[in-house]
Design a protein around this ligand. Structure first.
Ligand code: TYD
Ligand code: MG
Length: 454
């Protein structure tokens, strides 16, 4: 019997039995493509008919020493990895084309080589001369990194087998071609197969592998989400094209905390570490302006101050605009609804724009109160005092809920010269935190105290 034709989503890898314009699993448009069947061998007997070999079982108490890690010396990178590179680990670095993945990984390759690892960098996108030119520009020409320009996976694995590096970098997984899979490089089947071969090889041969994956919007080639489940660590390199800031974020990490971020700045000589991101995200702030509020946030294990900016203006359209950059649109809608129904402050007939300065993406609910403050400040045209940070979660009832790590948030705020804070009641304060902090139980009292209305 002929195998039924299946379709896969190039964004998330979900398998469908018919084509459609939009993937039900991830909501992406135009991302579904027909799978080319891998030439199937004779039908296999069910697994139950032939005995396999017995597995070795062990109990939970079995002592395992934590893996020895190697630091690259690029602190922002090592922290995102969970404290350095774990041997035999598979890491995916995803990001938009042109965001700086190749630059970052070439710098990391050179640093790991300096730290004593044997590193091979395989580019499927650029000629070795091009990579060398970039290395020269980055001042890395003397690093002991071995280069190759190759896309044939069989040749790559054979070379890695012979060379036995500690770390192989594959740039990018979408250019790799496994000759046992009958579809074009970049298709879901090819990307999956190549990632599977490489991660398996890494585990068996005790080599670490870093895979570059382009995030794609068009659905012509498979995105990195297709292989997220195969690797130990998933890092995304984010940033706005127009901004020089880049954020490396761990969205999954078997060897460390997820949500950890590393902050970089794209300069003429490659990526430079930003060790004090708060100062950077706030640097463009001079005079207090209505609509601008500083949020004391936590990214991973690190406190970061970020500025929320809101603009509220009468709309010329029948349907007012809600535009958000760097925060969740659904969460904005919720806060607008709470302001309207619990505090009686409507936003009907008003366009609302919300932006996180510096290109950071904030996902903490702790930013709710900062968002509400920015919206109100913009709507009422009243500036929040410039030495104040704001944080707290808002519930649908309009109550303010305390958030974690209050002490760390306040410490970072004081370090950067913010002496005042607005936070929910029952926030867990450290010794000496009481001064300058105003604690409130609900959004209505916040509106009353800060804006004298409500
Ligand atoms: P690249 O690492 O090639 O991006 P990706 O691999 O994610 O596609 O970086 C591309 C951009 O970075 C390119 O537009 C030029 C810029 N860039 C710098 O600004 N400074 C530098 O030192 C380098 C090497 C690149
Ligand atoms: Mg690249």
């Amino acid at each position: 019997m002929a195998k039924p034709i299946t379709f896969s989503c190039t964004a998330c890898g979900a398998v469908h039995n018919k084509w459609s314009g939009r993937c039900d699993a991830c909501g992406e448009w135009n991302s579904i493509t027909e799978d080319v069947p891998i030439s199937a061998g004779p039908a296999k007997k069910s697994l139950g008919t032939k005995r396999g070999s017995r597995m070795d079982l062990s109990d939970l108490r079995t002592e395992e020493t934590p893996p020895p890690r190697t630091g690259s010396g690029i602190e922002e990178f090592d922290r995102v990895l969970g404290g350095g590179l774990v041997p035999a680990s598979a890491i995916l670095v995803g990001g938009d084309p042109g965001i700086g993945k190749s630059t970052l990984l070439l710098q990391a390759a050179a640093s790991f080589a300096r730290a004593g690892l044997k590193v091979i960098y395989v580019s499927g996108e650029e000629a070795t001369a091009q990579v060398r030119m970039r290395a020269r520009r980055l001042g890395l020409s003397d690093a002991a990194v071995q280069l190759a320009a190759e896309t044939n996976l069989r040749d790559i694995l054979t070379t890695l087998e012979a060379e036995k590096p500690d770390l192989a970098i594959i740039d990018s997984i979408q250019t790799m071609w496994a000759d046992n899979v009958e579809s074009a490089p970049g298709s879901v089947s090819q990307v999956r197969a190549a990632a599977h071969e490489l991660t398996n090889f890494a585990k068996r041969k005790n080599m670490s592998v870093m895979l570059v994956g382009h995030v794609t919007k068009e659905g012509q080639i498979a995105g990195p989400r297709v292989i997220e489940h195969m690797v130990d660590t998933v890092l995304y390199f984010e940033g706005e094209r127009g901004h020089q800031f880049r954020i490396l974020r761990a969205v999954k990490n078997r060897f460390g905390p997820a949500d950890e971020i590393g902050v970089f700045e794209m300069t003429g000589e490659g990526l430079a570490e930003v060790t004090n991101p708060s100062a950077l995200f706030l640097s463009e702030r001079d005079t207090p302006a209505p609509g601008s509020v500083v949020f004391a946030g936590i990214e991973g294990t690190r406190p970061v101050l970020v500025e929320f900016q809101a603009l509220v203006a009468p709309t010329p359209h029948s349907q007012p605009r809600r535009t958000v950059v760097g925060w969740d649109g659904g969460r904005l809608a919720m806060i607008l609804a709470v302001l309207e129904s619990r505090c009686g402050i409507p936003f009907t007939g008003l366009d609302v724009y919300l932006n996180v300065a510096g290109g950071l993406k904030v996902s903490e609910p702790a930013a709710d109160l900062a968002v509400a403050a920015a919206l109100l400040s913009a709507r009422e045209d009243v500036a929040i005092p410039p030495d104040t940070v704001v944080f707290g979660e808002i519930s649908l009832s309009g109550a303010l809920r305390p958030v974690g790590q209050t002490e760390n948030r306040l410490k970072e705020a004081r370090k950067l010269g913010f002496s005042q804070a607005i936070a929910p009641t029952r926030s867990k304060l450290g010794a000496g935190d009481g001064q300058g902090i105003r604690q409130m139980s609900d959004l209505t009292s916040f509106v009353g105290e800060i804006f004298g209305a409500g």
